[in-house]
Design a protein around this ligand. Structure first.
Ligand code: AMP
Length: 294
């Protein structure tokens, strides 16, 4: 695998290869969730195509007081993981390469959807995400981009950006990879103390329970949302939101919940913010014991 830190160098490589070029953007501190996206990209690209990953901890998407400066940076290990899963190229620019003037005056603004759920807690976050992904798409020039379902709102907003700004790139969404106890893999899991780590799977267990309840159809969205909060809080986390919303618009469901809906949870565990989600039509693993489901 070749690593490029520089746009001109990357472009020279890009000019030398044909289609498809499958792109996996990340912030690094890579784990098996990222690895599954890269493996899927390898499959999509085939032997003739190329897989490009990027690592960039984008200052524009972090708010004041968030974890930008302490976000884990593990480049050598990341390069190993990317190589092992079949990436051809890593693009890992410095902040000054992406934002030569120190910041970006030119911003890509999502609509109202950027102010809900994650956006309500993290003002400006999705504007930072859209701006950096637009820049990366223009630099990388991929034919396909793979995003994880783990960041559901990010995926929906970027899909809207790509459609409405006419990026000629096919978007693919990959399923969430989980630890054996169900906790969604995340670079931020390494912030958790041993005690917090034990509590963290409550989010996943609550999602499994809630999806089953939603499919049974005897609770409306407001009721179920409240019960989700209670369950997550009872496990010692602090729920930031428990959203039951349409999976295309992310507008909150009023009344009956349907198979087209998704449940999004954000919760804090100490200073760590965790997010996870499950579509109402998703298969809940049979391995969960009745005790875990209650
Ligand atoms: P990040 O490095 O956290 O910005 O994530 C980069 C990409 O990996 C995003 O598209 C995420 O949705 C995806 N991703 C993060 N965690 C997981 C996971 N546990 N399973 C699958 N994809 C993930």
């Amino acid at each position: 695998m070749q690593t490029f830190h520089d746009i001109a160098q990357y472009r020279r490589w890009r000019d030398s290869v044909g289609s498809p070029v499958v792109f996996v953007p990340t912030m690094g501190a890579l784990h098996e969730g990222h690895a599954s996206l890269v493996a899927q990209a390898r499959q999509q690209a085939g032997h003739r195509g190329s897989v490009v990953a990027s690592i960039f901890v984008n200052p524009l998407q972090f708010g004041a007081g968030e974890d930008f400066s302490r976000y884990p940076r593990t480049l050598p290990a990341d390069e190993e993981l990317l190589t092992a899963h079949g990436a051809d190229v890593l693009f890992a620019p410095a902040a000054a390469t992406m934002y030569p003037a120190g910041k970006s005056d030119m911003l890509v603004m999502p609509g109202k959807i950027g102010e809900w759920w994650e956006g309500a807690d993290r003002p400006g976050h999705f504007q930072g995400v859209c701006t950096v992904v637009a820049k990366l798409l223009n630099i990388i020039l991929p034919t396909h981009m793979i995003l994880g379902q783990k960041d559901f709102q990010q995926y929906v907003i970027l899909a809207q950006m790509m459609e409405q700004l006419n990026f000629p790139v096919e978007l693919i969404v990959a399923p969430t990879r989980r630890e054996p106890d169900g906790l969604a893999m995340s670079s931020r899991n390494r912030y958790l103390s041993a005690e917090e780590r034990q509590r963290a799977p409550a989010i996943y267990r609550t999602l499994c329970w809630a999806v089953n309840e939603a499919r049974r159809g005897d609770r409306d969205a407001a009721q179920l949302g409240q019960e989700i909060r209670q369950r997550v809080d009872a496990a010692g986390l602090v729920t930031r939101y428990a959203a039951i919303c349409n999976r295309h618009t992310l507008i909150a469901v009023e009344g009956a919940i349907g198979l087209q809906d998704v449940i999004l949870i954000a919760a804090k565990l100490g200073t760590t913010r965790l997010i996870d989600n499950m579509r109402v039509d998703e298969t809940v693993p049979v391995a969960l014991t009745p005790r875990e489901m209650s």
